[in-house]
Design a protein around this ligand. Sequence first.
Ligand code: B1M
Length: 221
Amino acid sequence: MEENEIINGLTEAVINGKKDVASELAQKALDEGVDPYKAVIEGLANGMEIMSDKYDKKQAFIPHLLLASNAMYAGMDILTPHIKLEGADTKKVLVIGSVEGDVHDIGKNLVKTMMSAVGFEAIDLGKDVPIEDFIKTAAEKKADVVSVSTLMTSTMDNVGKVVTGLQSQGIRDKVKVIVGGAPITPDFAQEIGADMNKPDAMEAAKWALEAAGTLSPDRWG
Ligand code: B1M
């Protein structure tokens, strides 16, 4: 099977919500030597973006999105352990989650995938994560980077509360904080006292790796 056929097949599998086909093609991608990063981004994530667009145009509805995301995860489960990018030799600690009130986790999982690919040990708190869990885990695990996602305007304030919580626990300067998801802008990130906002998962991972490198290794005592 040609590389293009596999990539397009992965996109179609997500659009049609075909979990088994996504798994099968993900395995085929590995067997045929297709770059797993390319298969995730140009294949699976592309399918999810097409579905997002269809949802916005009312051509797809929530059940379709759920099937599509299940297919995307089935493919990602197989491909992501094989993604490794250049410079991924450090082991920095990342605490990541979708903020309290928000169950969207596809973008967050893409960010996690890319962060893992550049060498982070990702502690994934999941979705709808209570604000205090970000703070508690960052301190317990002596995190380098805290990554907070949200896709809804109604939960943007909770993103700000994570930063405030880190400040009130006296650990804000020990970690780098990146915030993202569709409604988050660089201005908003600055306003709430985060270090960065990036529009996509790969950009976020590149920034995080560099930012983590500027932290003092003995800052946690
Ligand atoms: Co919901 N949803 N949804 N949804 N959903 C949106 C976000 C919405 C924009 C749809 C719309 O109305 N047009 C809207 C939010 C409106 C707003 O506030 N502005 C919305 C709503 C309202 C809701 C519900 C409230 C619907 C309801 O029940 N009435 C409900 C939420 C419940 C809750 O959270 N409490 C809900 C539920 C769901 C599903 C469960 C059905 C499903 C989520 C499945 C899942 O995640 N497991 C879903 C989906 C799939 C969407 C859309 C269609 C697609 C989101 C997606 O996964 N995109 C979305 C519409 C849209 O986006 N056009 C919509 C693909 C993904 C790869 O992109 O997550 O944006 P994205 O990630 C990008 C970037 O944002 C970035 O990187 C990724 C690309 O590389 N990024 C970061 C993400 N996090 C980052 C962090 C970073 C940096 C970059 O640094 C930390």
